[in-house]
Write a protein that binds this ligand. Structure first.
Ligand code: SF4
Length: 251
């Protein structure tokens, strides 16, 4: 096996694992030179993402503006855009001042002080809910839902734009009638009434493995079928929550 990248990495972050090579994330320093990439004969590695200044980003967006049509705009997604709240604030402020429609997708697990100042510059928020039971939430995500629910309540009171909840639908986790009723009840308690149900898919499984994480444990879960999605839509709508399924996302 060609061990060029193993030798090139001065942090010993790359090691052999049987017939393959593994980048040990805890040792990788994301060094500026990225010798591992440059030394790879077969070009198996490439850098994802890049750094951009605020002005360059705005220029790039303005260039595309004629193609949006009257209803278009910008959606910030992630990762988690609120995690880079300072840059996100300055970016949204610029969009606001140039009349660009803005939306954000968030998991809501962010300190309130990082969310609140940005609300004045947002038109739409897509806000993830995963489970109404905090123990179940903790079980699959590693954190309880308290902060997420608290932020959702605060946003719903403070934010005058459109707040659409998002439910990633996971079979045998949050797709039963009682769980949907719990989520619908929370949504109604915030005074809002829209949810976008996104059925689970496995498109990220390769990325999951390539990023060095443990075995992709969701692979045995079936993807929810259309019949079940329609049943879930009925459950939500019977409880007074307008439900969009999958690609019905109201963009
Ligand atoms: S980015 Fe730098 S530290 Fe990380 S694996 Fe590559 S060479 Fe090593």
């Amino acid at each position: 096996m060609d061990l060029n990248c193993v030798n090139a990495c001065t942090h010993q972050a790359i090691r052999e694992n049987g017939n393959s090579l593994v980048i040990q994330k805890e040792l990788c320093r994301d060094c500026a030179s990225h010798e591992c990439i440059g030394s790879c004969y077969s070009r198996a590695l490439e850098l994802a993402g890049y750094t951009i200044t605020l002005d360059d980003l705005i220029t790039k967006i303005q260039r595309d503006r004629p193609f949006w049509g009257s209803e278009g705009g910008v959606t910030l997604t992630g990762g988690e855009p609120f995690a880079q709240h300072e840059f996100t604030y300055r970016f949204l402020e610029k969009c606001y001042n140039t009349h660009i429609h803005t939306a954000i997708e968030t998991c809501g697990y962010i300190p309130w002080q990082n969310i609140e100042p940005l609300l004045d510059f947002l038109d739409w928020i897509f806000y993830d809910l995963k489970h109404a039971d905090t123990k179940m939430h903790q079980h699959e995500t590693g954190a309880g839902n308290e902060l997420i629910f608290e932020n959702a309540l605060r946003i719903s009171q403070r934010f005058s734009g459109r707040l659409i909840y998002r439910l990633p639908l996971i079979p045998a986790y949050n797709d039963d009638e009682a769980t949907i009723a719990g989520i619908a009840s929370f949504i109604r308690s915030t005074g809002r009434n829209e949810v976008n149900v996104l059925p689970m898919h496995h498109l990220g499984s390769e990325k999951h493995i390539l990023s060095g994480k443990e075995d992709y444990r969701w692979k045995s879960r079936p993807i929810p079928d259309q019949k079940h999605l329609l049943r879930i839509k009925d459950w939500f709508e019977d409880l007074g929550v307008k439900c969009y399924t999958g690609s019905e996302t109201p963009f």
